[in-house]
Design a protein around this ligand. Sequence first.
Ligand code: HEM
Length: 512
Amino acid sequence: MDIIVSTILYSMALVPVTLSIAFVLLLLKTFTGKSIQSSKYPPVRGTVFVQLVHFNQLYDYMTGLVRRSTTFRLLAPDQSEIFTADPRNVEHILKTDFEKYTKGKYDIDIMKDLFGEGIFVVNGEKWKKQRKVASFEFATSVLRDFSCCVFRKNAVKLVKIVEELSAASEGFDMQDILMRCTLDSIFKVGFGVELNCLEGSSKEGRAFMKAFDEASALTYWRYVDPTWALKRLLNIGSEARLRNNIKLIDNFVHQLIKIKRNQLAAWREPNDKEDILSRFLLECEKDPMNINEKYLRDIILNFIIAGKDTSANTLSWFLYMLCKHPLVQQKIVDEIRDVIGDQASEANPDEFVERITDPVLHRMHYLHATLTETLRLYPAVPLDGRCAEIDDVLPDGFHVKRGDNVNYLAYSMGRVHNIWGEDAEDFKPERWLKDGIFQNESPFKFVAFHAGPRICLGKDFAYRQMKIVSIALLRFFRFRLANETRPVTYKVMFTLHINNGLPLRAVPRLAK
Ligand code: HEM
C-alpha cells in the first residue's frame, strides 16, 4: 500500500518538474540562434506566444506594432515570424522573388489535415498543375454566364428570406444568412450540386456547414496552441473535435464525388461541363494515377474555403459599413436606380434580378468602390505569408534567415497613414473614384486579393457575386443595425468573421 501511495506522490511531483524542464527548453529554443541583438534583422517585439495573450484583438495589436516599426519580428521556437506592412516587401515576397518564398512546412503542417494537398497548401509543380486547370476554368465565358445565373437565383432566395425575417422585430443574423448563400453558390458553380443551405432544407448540408466552420476554426487555433501536435497524437481536446469534424466532411465530399462521377458517366460532352469539379474529373480520366479520390476531395475543400467565407465576410462588413454610413447606402441605391433605369422599380425580385447583367455590373463604379473600400479596411484574409527558402534581404534592408516566415499584414496595411494618407482609418469609397470612374491601386498596397503569380483566382467571380447580391438586397431593403450600441468586432480565424454575427433589421423599400 505504502509503495502505491509513494509511487503516486512521486509521479505527481514529476509532472510539474517535467513541465518546467519542457518550458525552459522551449524558451531556450525560442531565444537562441535568432540574432536578437543584431540591427540587420527586424526588431524583436516578443515571442509568438504574445499572440495568444492578444488573440481576440490580434490584428489591432499587430497594427499597433506596425506603427512602431513597419517590419518587426516575433520569435517562435524554430524560426522567426517576420511581419511587415511595407508594400515593397510585399511585392518582393509575392512577385519579384516568388521562387524564394513558398508555403512553408510550418503552415503546411498546420493546414494539411483539413486542406490536404489542395491549391492553398501546395508549392512547385503540384501548385502549377492545379492553378492551370482552375485558371482555365475561371477564364471561360461558360463559367461567367453560369455563375451569373446562379448568383441571381440565390439573390432572389436571399431577398425572399430577408423579407420574411424583416417582419420579426428582434433582427436576424445577416452574416449567417450570407454564409449559407455563398456556400450554396460555390456548391452549384463549383460542383454542379444544389446544397440548399440557404433555405435550410438539407439536413446533411447544414451538418456539413457546421463541421466545416468548426474544422476551419480549430485548424486556425493550431497557430496559437503550442500543444496541438501532442493533442493530435493523443487524439484529445480540440484535436479530437477537429478529427471528428474532418471525418464528417470527408464522408460528405466523397459522396459528392460519387454523384458527380455517375453524372459524368451518363453525360458525355466534355466541353459543355459548366462546373469546376467536372473539369477536374475529366483531368482525372486523363491521369488516374495522380488525380485520385483524395486529390479531388482536396480540390473541393480548397474551393469551399476560398469561395464561401471570403465573400460572405466581405458582404457582412460591407452591410455593417452601410449601416454606419447611411449616406453611402443611399448613394448605392441611387446608382442602382441610375444604372438599371426605370426597371429598378420592378417590384418582383425574380424579374428585377434579370436586369442585373454583366454590362450593368461594369457600370456600377460606386458600388465597386464601396466593396473595395470595405476590403481595404476589413480584408477577408487579414494576415498571410510565405516562408523563406534561402537567406535573403528584404527591400527595406532587413535580413531574413532561411526558414523564417515573412507575413504581410493586410488588415494593418489598410490603416496606416504612409500608405493611404491621414484619413486611412476612415471609410471613404470616394478615394477609389476619379470623375466617377473606379481607379485600381497597386496590388502590393491594396493586397486583399494577394498579388503576383498566386493572386486570387476568384477575384472577378467574388466581385460578380458580391455585386449581384448587394444590388438585390439594397433594391428591396434599407438596412439598420439591430442594436446600435453593441460593439462589433472580428473573430480571429483564417478569414475575418464578424464575431457573434451581424444582427440587422431590414425595412422593405417601396418601389418608386
Ligand atoms: C472577397 C473575396 C475574396 C478574397 C478577399 C480573396 C482573397 C484571396 C487571397 C488573399 C488569396 C491568397 C491566399 C494564399 O495565401 O494562398 C486567395 C487565393 C485564392 N483564391 Fe481568393 N479571395 C476571394 C474570393 C475567392 C473566390 C470566390 C474564389 C473561388 C471561387 C477564390 C479562389 C481562390 C483560389 C483558388 C486561390 C489560390 C490561388 C493560388 O494559390 O494560386 N477566391 N484569395
